[in-house]
Ligand binder design. Structure first.
Ligand SMILES: [Mg+2]
Length: 226
C-alpha cells in the first residue's frame, strides 16, 4: 500500500503559462544586463539551480554564491509579479486526485518533489490555492540534481512515517523522463502524466509504472491499493 505520494509541480499540478520561464529571463536581464538569455534552453523537468548554472555558464557569468543569491532574489520578485499577469491553471483531475487520496481509509502522506526552489514553489502553488495540501516538500535549494532531491524527499517521508519507507510504498507523479528517472532512483512507483513537457509516447518509452494523458484518468484507490 502507498504511504507517500510525491508530486512534481510544473506540468503536473499546474501550468503557469510560462510565468516561471519569463521570470527567469527577466531576472537574468535585470541582474546581468543580458536580454533573451534563456533562449534555446529547455526547462521542463530541470531544477532551478541547475538551470541558473546553465544560464550563467552560457553567458560567462561567474557561478558564485553571490550571483546565485542576487539572481534568485530578483527571480522571486518577477515570479510573484508574472503570476498575476499570466493565465495559468491547475490541471484537470488534480483536485479530485488530492481529495480522493485524502479520503482513503489510511491516507498516504502528500509531499512535493520538485526542481523549484522552495519559495518559488510556494509562490506558484499559493497562487492556485494548492500549497496547503502538502505536508512537506523537497526542493532544489538543497540539491541541484533531481535524483538527490528525490532521496531527500524519501528520507523526509520516512522520518514522518517513523520508519524507513520501502520503494514500493512511494509514488512519484511527474511529467517528464527526468521525473521517471528520479522516482526510479529511490525505487518508487512512478505515475507519468502527459500534461507538461512530454508526450504520452515519450513518457511510455521510459517505462513508468503508469502513464496517462491527464490525472482525470487516475483512480486513487487503484494506484494506492495495487
Ligand atoms: Mg514538471
Amino acid at each position: 500500500m502507498l504511504r507517500l505520494v510525491l508530486f512534481d509541480i510544473d506540468g503536473t499540478l499546474i501550468h503557469t503559462d510560462g510565468a516561471g520561464i519569463k521570470a527567469f529571463g527577466r531576472a537574468f536581464e535585470m541582474q546581468f544586463k543580458i536580454p533573451n538569455g534563456t533562449q534555446g534552453m529547455k526547462f521542463s523537468g530541470r531544477t532551478d539551480t541547475g538551470l541558473a548554472r546553465e544560464l550563467f555558464t552560457r553567458h560567462a557569468v561567474e557561478t558564485s554564491r553571490e550571483n546565485f543569491q542576487a539572481f534568485f532574489d530578483c527571480y522571486f520578485d518577477w515570479l510573484a509579479h508574472m503570476l498575476t499577469e499570466v493565465r495559468g491553471d491547475v490541471f484537470p483531475g488534480v483536485w479530485r486526485l488530492i481529495y480522493d487520496l485524502q479520503s482513503l481509509p489510511t491516507p498516504p502522506t502528500l509531499g512535493l518533489l520538485t526542481g523549484n526552489l522552495r519559495l518559488g514553489a510556494e509562490l506558484k502553488l499559493r497562487h492556485f490555492n494548492v500549497w496547503d495540501f502538502f505536508q512537506f516538500g523537497a526542493f532544489s535549494d538543497e540539491h541541484e540534481n533531481r535524483n538527490e532531491i528525490a532521496r531527500a524527499a524519501h528520507d523526509r517521508g520516512s522520518r514522518l512515517a517513523g520508519r524507513p519507507l520501502r520503494g514500493e510504498e512511494i509514488l512519484v507523479i511527474g511529467d517528464t523522463p527526468l521525473d521517471i528517472e528520479c522516482g526510479r532512483a529511490i525505487g518508487a512507483k512512478v505515475l507519468a502524466v502527459a500534461t507538461g513537457g512530454s508526450t504520452l509516447a515519450e513518457l511510455e518509452s521510459h517505462r513508468p509504472t503508469w502513464a496517462v494523458t491527464n490525472l482525470e484518468k487516475v483512480r486513487a484507490r487503484e494506484i494506492c491499493l495495487r
